[in-house]
Design a protein around this ligand. Structure first.
Ligand code: ASP
Length: 405
């Protein structure tokens, strides 16, 4: 019963996506109707998701921490998660750089005269560090500053464990609040086929012609790199560390993948992603902790994109990046992708930080800005797939550890 239900949602989302692309093509060159009358419904759907995502992240991380009942266990899951996230992300930048270097000779040089792009100030490292810690409990929730929400949830989770018996009523309340939020989320998820349709139509209608422009090759290289990273790294680690069949993984992930692709938001795809990993066998306590964290800090697709675009923009300006510059890019793009919020377009803003680190002109972002959404759909898909892979692996490793005890 469960299985048919899941398949049918995935199928419906696929129908929404395919129909959306077809209708979008019909509106190509004349996107006004799509933008004025279809896009608002997509926005409405995204609003609903944004509305529920703060309670979901907040309560599910707290529930996850509390249900581990032991600070050491939280630490053990946390360390594995961070190690996996950091390693795969720096590898992802390297993949982006590698493909960019292979195809560099074919990149069409685009005129860079008169380009203007005012970078929204990308925060420095120390500032980012300080900004992780909230100074009150309301602002992170009202601004949906996910990293701060996570830190808050962790503190309250730890506090509940440390309070012992006195913390029990609070733990019960949080558990119940978590269940209530999940039910609301399940209702919103039912709307995703329509949501996906309304999100993709205006994207195709607006971007259709420009995809054929001079950026086609860069986009193609980006997608090759996205796919190579996802297929290679996630398959290998899933098989190697957790004995999970990559095919089953990608198949089970389809609903979340389609949602990420059409919404270009890791946070937006989080609710569906949770459903998918749990159906694939991830432990609930691990998933409720690792997945929201991943949707906030783990962005492999974004890292690939930033590495690739740095080389591409350099090429457009006739600059050849040295090896040490490329190593700097690996470091900064890893950090920049951590600082990237899981919302559409955020990766492009953080690209400024990467370009700056090696002295490339920030105006170069204007070259790729026009088709950013197309880059974004792919990178978000990779982002959330990486979160899911990590969740399943950590879940399996924890299971093995418990068994051996
Ligand atoms: N849109 C991406 C995400 O939500 C972030 C980015 O722009 O790279 O995962």
């Amino acid at each position: 019963m469960e299985k048919t239900k899941k398949l049918s949602l995935a199928a419906w989302i696929f129908i929404g996506l395919a129909l959306g692309i077809a209708v979008g093509i019909m509106f190509t060159g004349n996107p006004d109707f799509a933008n004025n009358y279809i896009k608002p419904f997509g926005t409405l759907f995204l609003n609903l998701i944004k509305f529920i995502v703060v309670p979901i992240v907040m309560f599910s991380i707290m529930t996850g921490v509390i249900s581990m009942r032991d600070l050491h266990k939280v630490g053990s899951v946390g360390v594995k998660t961070i190690v996996y996230y950091m390693c795969t992300t720096s590898f992802a930048v390297a993949v982006g750089l590698l493909f960019a270097n292979i195809f560099k000779g074919f990149f069409v040089q685009i005129s860079t005269t008169g380009l203007e792009y005012t970078a929204t100030e990308a925060p420095g490292f120390m500032e980012t560090l300080v900004n992780i810690f909230p100074n009150n409990i309301i602002a992170p929730m009202s601004n949906a500053t996910m990293l701060q929400v996570i830190v808050m949830a962790l503190f309250f989770g730890f506090g509940t464990i440390m309070a012992g018996e006195k913390g029990e009523p609070f733990a019960k309340f949080i558990e119940s609040a978590n269940e209530v939020s999940m039910q609301i989320m399940a209702t919103i998820i039912k709307l995703s086929p329509i949501g996906v349709f309304c999100l993709i139509v205006p994207v195709v209608a607006t971007n259709g012609p420009s995809i054929l422009g001079s950026l086609a090759l860069v986009l193609l290289v980006a997608y090759i790199a996205y796919i190579a990273h996802a297929v290679l790294i996630y398959s290998l680690t899933l098989k190697g560390f957790a004995g999970i069949s990559p095919l089953a993984f990608f198949k089970g992930m389809m609903p979340a993948i389609m949602m990420a692709f059409s919404s270009a938001s890791s946070v937006g795809a989080l609710p569906l992603n949770m459903e998918c990993v749990e159906k694939l066998g991830a432990r609930k306590d691990v998933a409720s902790f690792v997945l929201p964290l991943g949707a906030t800090i783990n962005m492999d697709g974004t890292a690939i994109y930033q590495g690739l675009c740095a080389v591409f923009i350099a090429t457009c300006y006739g600059i050849d990046l040295t090896l040490s510059q490329q190593l700097t890019i690996i470091l900064t793009a890893t950090l920049a992708s951590i600082g990237t919020a899981g919302v559409p377009g955020a990766g492009m803003i953080m690209l400024a930080m990467v370009l700056q680190s090696v002295g490339l002109p920030i105006e170069g972002i204007a070259i790729v800005a026009g088709v950013d959404r197309i880059f974004d759909m792919g990178r978000t898909t990779v982002n959330i797939t990486g979160d899911a892979a990590c969740t399943l692996i950590v879940s399996k490793l924890e299971e093995k550890k418990d068994e051996s005890k």
